[in-house]
Ligand binder design. Structure first.
Ligand code: NAD
Length: 352
């Protein structure tokens, strides 16, 4: 999703928090709380300056609002980003300081893991605030690594997309998985079990070798996957992989993967539609992880969370219906549907 000036203005609140003694410089962005507390993970990244961190936090917070709204969660959207301190630092002290900042927001923002942060970091946060999820599961309740849930939602979405665009099932379809990390590897297993043929790429030879050995996958160099002879391309690594330079090279007719912000620009979503490639909007299909996080925070049972993840394919189908009926590209249909849900419950806006 692209950040526009309008989106910045729509932010309800942002805080720049600094605790130099513990190495903390962070941005907490609250995009919307109309549907409930603003939920979204905390990213640790080596941002060059606080402006860069702000842009990333704002963009990601908006994405979380859309993702949570379309997943049917009683949650708004927010995100925190921490500038990774240079040199050595105490992670425990850093995340406890961040936890104190989250605590001061009195539940308007709920944090969890994201790129660069772990369950151990969230345990440190939980020493200071209860508005944190992604902690180790207790007594069979939801918690821990959300990636398998994300993979399940992507898999079900892919089934829906393949049926819709190609008129067949995943069995016998050729799927290219870009990135065999937490989500990509789980997804590859689900696809293998469903009888799909796999073509995989990762920067890690070890992960590629494991997929070849366990799933009979064919491996290609990372730069070659996008133009490979595929039915489905599943981006599970980086953002902005669908761009002016890559879209013309795609041979797949379906795009469905876990990576956030797959479209470099909104225009790229149009380009895919013009090429009759069915794009499953990323934040619709990759909501399994946040559903698991939400279930943990809201005290839902695992069964309730699982049922919501299992409904991902049906929610995606509804977006495809809107797009088909209104001649919108699928990402436009998703954005429109999410904005309508958020606008219906928007609380008073205060921009700082
Ligand atoms: P991860 O870091 O575990 O895995 C990413 C993998 O991609 C790594 O194995 C890495 O080596 C590989 N990679 C990096 N650049 C590559 C390239 N150019 N070509 C091929 N492979 C490359 O991350 P993850 O948790 O599996 O998440 C994957 C994506 O899904 C990310 O964009 C993330 O933001 C998104 N996402 C994850 C979750 C979740 O539950 N983990 C939820 C929603 C969205």
């Amino acid at each position: 999703m692209n950040m526009t000036f309008d989106s910045y203005r729509e932010l309800e609140q942002f805080e720049i928090v600094r605790d130099p003694q513990n190495g903390l410089e962070a941005v907490i962005a609250i995009h919307s709380t109309g549907l409930g507390p603003a939920a979204g993970g905390c990213r640790l990244w080596a941002y060059e300056d606080v402006e860069q961190a702000k842009i990333d936090a704002f963009r990601l917070a908006e994405g979380m609002s859309y993702k949570n709204a379309l997943a049917g969660l009683p949650l708004g959207g927010g995100k925190a980003v921490i500038r990774k301190p240079a040199g050595t630092f105490s992670r425990d002290a850093l995340f406890r300081a961040f936890g104190r900042a989250v605590s001061q927001l009195n539940g308007r923002y709920v944090t969890a893991e994201d790129v660069g942060t772990s369950v151990a970091d969230m345990l440190a946060v939980s020493q200071e605030t209860r508005h944190v999820a992604g902690l180790p599961p207790k007594d069979g309740r939801p918690g821990g690594d959300p990636s398998p849930w994300t993979a399940l939602g992507v898999f079900l979405s892919m089934e829906t997309s393949v049926r819709r665009r190609l008129g067949n099932s995943l069995s016998g379809s050729t799927v290219g998985v870009q990135g065999l990390g937490h989500v990509g590897f789980s997804l590859a297993k689900l696809l293998h079990d469903a009888g799909a043929k796999l073509v995989v790429a990762d920067l890690s030879k070890e992960r590629v070798d494991a997929a070849v050995a366990q799933f009979g996958a064919k491996s290609v160099a990372p730069e070659d996957l996008i133009a490979a002879d595929l039915d489905v391309f599943a981006p599970c690594a980086l953002g902005a992989v669908l761009n002016e330079g890559t879209i013309g090279r795609l041979r797949a007719k379906v795009i469905c993967g876990a990576a956030n912000n797959q479209l470099a620009t909104d225009e790229d979503g149009r380009r895919l539609a013009d090429r009759d490639i069915l794009y499953a909007p990323d934040y619709v299909v990759n909501s399994g992880g946040i559903i698991n996080v939400a279930a943990e925070y809201l005290g839902w049972s695992s069964e309730r969370a699982k049922a919501l993840v299992e409904d991902t394919g049906a929610r995606l189908d509804a977006i495809f219906d809107i797009a088909a009926k209104s001649s919108l590209a699928t990402h436009e249909a998703a954005n429109q549907a999410a904005r309508a849900i958020i606008a219906s419950k928007r609380s008073a806006v205060s921009v700082r």
